[in-house]
Design a binder for this molecule. Structure first.
Ligand code: GDP
Length: 320
């Protein structure tokens, strides 16, 4: 990649996409195409194809497609699966037809089998059943990874798939029911503080552990993979912090300034006891995350306050 390479972030309005659009200019890339209003509607095959025909992006980050926490996956599995399938087929087909030099496809760790040994290695892909609540979305992501692999085999396309750890950051979905744990807790802790509540309720027992990756670190991992990784196997994008939900809740409460008690609502589901990635390949190549967890939560909280002040925080941000 050169500073003048034409780079397209497909899904610039997503958590990872917004972080990439912040990072790439800082890293000296001066030729970003399809930014903001210039991004084609990714679910529209004709629009995507004509965008690639005219703009000829050389390096593509495919990070688009709606996603959400367990609430959204339960409520709208068909919408999530359809949009992600459409976006993936449209962008991969156009990147191949119009000769993009390289493409990084961002999948999701929920595409790994529910019972995969921890920390999860890429060899576990396809070895067992998926978590049922997110199976529709995860199947679309698995199809995307398989399609990248198929293009590599059949056409020699340099399409690479990355599986990120649980990402969070300022451009998150802060819906109380649709978001993932960190943005959802930030919103609930903020509202509880405003109301002067004495208790903040957290789903589950607080015991499950997750590997979290701040969105700027995720963007940096994506750029690193785009530059340096061209293997046939997908690449896990992690190496971040593994924390229990109880530890996460304490940091969030502290950052938001919630002074009451944190209570665990064991009637709500815990989900998997541990979800972490084996990112030894990426880390072995010399990449590592650089943002401390607390500082990342602080930035995410500022992102929430900014969203609240500018566009308001809706209960879901599913753009289909
Ligand atoms: P996943 O379980 O890794 O797919 O992702 P989530 O981010 O949705 O949930 C992670 C963990 O956080 C689970 O154990 C949840 O029960 C717990 N959790 C606690 N409070 C919340 C909340 O308000 N929203 C969500 N989504 N999860 C929560």
């Amino acid at each position: 990649m050169r500073a003048t390479s034409r780079v397209f972030v497909a899904g610039g309005d997503t958590l990872a996409g917004a972080a990439l659009l912040d990072l790439l200019p800082d890293e000296g890339f001066v030729n970003l195409v399809g930014v903001g209003g210039d991004e084609p509607e990714l679910t529209d095959a004709l629009a995507v194809n004509s965008f690639f025909a005219s703009e000829r992006p050389e390096f593509v980050f495919l990070v688009g497609g709606p996603s959400g926490g367990i609430g959204l996956n339960r409520a709208r599995p068909a919408d999530l699966m359809l949009a992600n399938l459409q976006i993936t087929t449209n962008v991969l087909d156009a990147a191949h037809r119009h000769g993009a030099t390289k493409l990084l496809y961002l999948a999701s760790s929920c595409a790994y089998p529910r019972e995969a040994p921890q920390p999860i290695r890429v060899e576990s892909l396809g070895t067992g059943p998926l978590e049922p609540t997110s199976a529709a979305y995860a199947t679309a992501k698995l199809a995307g990874a398989t399609l990248c692999d198929a293009y590599r085999r059949q056409y020699g396309c340099r399409f690479v798939t990355g599986f990120p750890a649980n990402p969070f950051g300022p451009h998150d979905d802060f819906g109380a029911d649709s978001g993932h744990v960190i943005p959802a807790l930030i919103r609930r802790a903020h509202e509880a503080t405003e109301r002067g509540d004495s208790v903040l309720s957290v789903w589950g027992t607080g015991a499950p552990r997750r590997e979290f990756l701040f969105s700027r670190d995720l963007a940096s991992a994506c750029l690193f993979a785009q530059r340096w990784y061209d293997g046939d196997a997908p690449l896990n994008l992690g190496g971040g912090t593994v924390l229990s939900i109880a530890e996460v809740a304490r940091v969030v409460a502290d950052v938001v300034g919630f002074r009451g008690r944190v209570m665990f609502d064991a009637t709500k589901p815990d989900g998997a006891p541990l979800k972490a990635l084996d990112s030894s390949v990426l880390v072995g190549m010399g990449w590592k995350p650089t943002t401390a967890f607390r500082a990342a939560v602080e930035e995410t909280y500022h992102g929430f306050l900014h969203q609240l002040a500018t566009e308001g925080v809706t209960d879901e941000r599913l753009a289909v």
